[in-house]
Design a protein around this ligand. Structure first.
Ligand code: MLT
Length: 209
């Protein structure tokens, strides 16, 4: 059974799974709650899937938080939306009876950025994260404590939107916080490639129940 509901703060889909892990699927700019469901199912066939739609609109395109320009984030809005997403995870866990301690985020681009923001601002909420083409959402001070939290990041060596230095800085920040970070590089740009999806699926097979 697939449940779709507007009762909770974010429009979303929830697809139950037979395993213990729930994947929190976070789309890129202009996406919606349906986009990543096939990817989530492919990544972890038995996981529950929780897929919200970002509630910020940029010229009609859903996002998870406001930006002032490309790569320049509205930090106040980011903090607010990050807190909302954390509250949404707790509310949906009690509504759908999934284990809130076994949620792994899978985000692409803007979705990866809010997932990274959750890791850095609320370090105990996610059991792990797959970040496809993330940037640095903000510089936390002091660094959070993310002991052994598994994080898979992927990046494109010729991504015009995400310079190599940002990928490296995010990996460094997460490692300095104690996270267990794997960085996967592709030759291409900002698009999601088959080989990084395969690498993420393999990585997830070691981090899901
Ligand atoms: C996007 O277009 O989603 C950007 O690459 C990332 C962002 O603005 O959060």
């Amino acid at each position: 059974m697939t449940t779709s509901s507007r009762d909770l703060a974010l429009i979303h889909r929830f697809v139950p799974g037979s395993g213990r892990t729930t994947l929190l699927l976070l789309h890129g700019t202009g996406g919606n709650e349906d986009d990543l469901l096939p990817l989530g199912r492919e990544l972890v066939p038995n996981a529950a899937l929780l897929s919200p739609r970002g509630r910020v609109l940029e010229r009609g395109m859903p996002r998870f938080f406001r930006r002032l320009a490309e790569g320049v984030f509205d930090q106040q809005d980011l903090a607010l939306r990050t807190d909302e997403l954390v509250a949404f995870i707790a509310a949906t866990a009690s509504q759908y009876h999934f284990d809130a301690g076994k949620v792994i985020a899978v985000g692409y681009s803007n979705g990866a950025n809010i997932a990274a923001s959750v890791l850095l601002r609320h370090p105990r909420v996610l059991a792990g994260a797959v970040l496809f083409h993330p940037m640095v959402p903000f510089e936390p001070s002091p660094p959070p404590s993310l002991p052994q939290t598994p994080v898979f990041m992927s990046a494109g060596a010729s991504d015009a939107m995400v310079p190599r230095s940002l990928t490296e800085r995010l990996a460094e920040l997460l490692r300095a916080s104690g996270a267990n970070v794997t960085v996967h590089w592709e030759d291409g740009g900002h698009e999601l490639s088959r080989s990084e999806v395969d690498a993420a699926r393999d990585w997830l097979s070691h981090h899901t129940e």
